[in-house]
Design a protein around this ligand. Structure first.
Ligand code: FES
Ligand code: FE2
Length: 439
């Protein structure tokens, strides 16, 4: 019916602007879930969230409740969180251990970790001569159509066909390589819980903000200034302020013109990368100790390559925002046209000294957590944007900054020199959106 009402969805997206309904129309939202979120590769979680056989973690993909479960064979399965008998949700808790098998709380059908039906109470007498039983696949828990694991990060796609995970990620795969390579043991492990924030705004508003290099010096300036004042005071008193202050004060010292010196790289499927900003090569004793362990693990040459990767942010459209040098990611779970859940996770570098983890934790708490003013300032703007877009005050959202200066190279779009605050990432995301929505 949406197709009848809106015969050509592509008309909603022009190269440098987008109709406001794209953010506010509940039917467009339903179609987005169908054509984007329930088709493409979506991040489920990290394998270390389910270390033992029977461990499960629930996850929402589009409108679908799923669960990620570790089998006794060590394999991770992604299943719909639904009993095939009468539809009961299989796991009501967010996470846990299901034991040797799933047992539905309603009529005690049981299922193996890969979702296959294991038993039904008095199956022979109850179901003799019916179509129900172990041979009928409709009696097993349904699996996600495709599941892939890249360096411990588990993704699922609810569509049987489409690009492989690696093809889909393309250059954005660097998010996971950069994170894992920085670990002396080459892998990360999740810190067992995350912050969950419900934003009262459309999911795309959050994603568009992630590589919006202009907003930090405006939105986060007041927080940055306050941190800068304290940082200076501590420095004057003790000779050196903790690095954590710098994480905040940078929002005041990196001004708009400086942000223009950075660069965004925009790829097919709407993924994009912001380079620069957090080179993060301090020379304090903690970093020196870490460097030593890394050099021992990788050799000097490889170590230099690893720490030279100059990435601030990788956005994997439509559901993941990764800050790899600080081992954090935010997973985006749309709940409704004007409600979006974000899960904010961070990770430990396996084999790295504790202070390096503390640094990641400080960034997590100071910049990304719901407790920080940085996050609060963003959230307020997201909500206000959504309110404005729901009004009749105008029909279009503009993405015109540095429009016409994009450099197309090998299927990707690079922003030209001194165009770091370009709205190219939003243009790239909406281009991908329009392609997906065409079906
Ligand atoms: S609904 Fe699950 S066993 Fe009946
Ligand atoms: Fe922000």
């Amino acid at each position: 019916m949406l197709q009848e009402r809106i015969p050509d969805l592509a008309k909603y997206v022009e190269p440098d602007r987008v109709r406001r309904e794209v953010y506010t129309d509940p039917e467009i939202f339903e179609l987005e879930m169908q054509r984007i979120h329930e088709r493409v590769w979506i991040y489920c979680g990290h394998e270390s969230q389910v270390p033992k056989a029977g461990d499960y973690y629930t996850v929402q993909i589009g409108r679908q409740p799923l669960l990620m479960v570790r089998g006794s064979d060590g394999k991770i399965n992604v299943l719909y969180n639904r009993c095939p008998h009468r539809g009961n949700m299989m796991c009501g808790d967010r996470s846990g251990n299901t034991g040797e098998f799933f047992r539905c709380s309603y009529h005690a059908w049981t299922f193996k970790h890969d979702g296959k039906l294991r038993s039904i109470p008095m199956m022979e007498s109850g179901y003799a001569g019916t179509r129900y039983g172990k041979d009928n696949p409709d009696c097993s828990m349904k699996k996600a159509a495709r599941v892939e694991n890249y360096r411990g990060f588990v993704f699922a796609s609810l569509a049987a066909d489409g690009p492989s995970l690696k093809e889909f990620l393309g250059k954005a795969i660097v998010a996971f390589d950069d994170m894992c390579d920085r670990a002396p043991k080459g892998e990360v492990e999740v810190v067992p819980n995350c912050f969950r924030v419900i934003q009262h705004s459309n999911w795309k508003i959050f994603l568009e903000n992630q590589l919006d290099a202009l907003h930090p010096s405006v939105v986060h300036q007041s927080t940055g200034r306050a941190a800068h004042d304290i940082e200076k005071k501590i420095e004057n008193k003790t000779g050196k302020a903790p690095l954590s202050y710098h994480m905040l004060s940078a929002f005041a010292t990196v001004t708009i013109d400086k942000w223009d010196n950075f660069q965004t790289l925009n790829y097919p499927y709407g993924h994009c990368i912001l380079t620069g900003y957090m080179g993060l090569r301090p020379t304090d004793p903690d970093t020196q100790a870490y460097d030593k362990i890394m050099i021992k693990a990788y050799g000097k040459k490889r170590f230099e390559e690893i720490v030279a990767v100059n990435i601030h942010h990788v956005l994997i459209y439509p559901g993941l925002s990764v800050q790899s040098p600080l081992q954090q990611l935010r997973a985006v779970r749309p709940l409704g046209v004007d409600r979006t859940l974000t899960e904010i996770w961070h990770f430990r570098l396996k084999g790295a000294p504790e202070p390096i983890y503390r640094r990641s934790l400080a960034y997590y708490n100071l910049v990304n957590s719901p407790a920080t003013l940085i996050n609060a300032d963003d959230l307020e703007n997201f909500w206000k944007c959504h309110q404005g877009l729901a009004s009749d005050g105008g029909d279009w959202v503009s993405f015109g900054r540095h429009f016409g200066h994009d450099i197309e190279k090998n299927g990707a779009v690079e922003t030209a020199p001194n165009c770091g605050t370009s709205e190219a990432p939003m243009r790239g995301q909406m281009k991908a959106w329009a392609e997906y929505m065409r079906g």
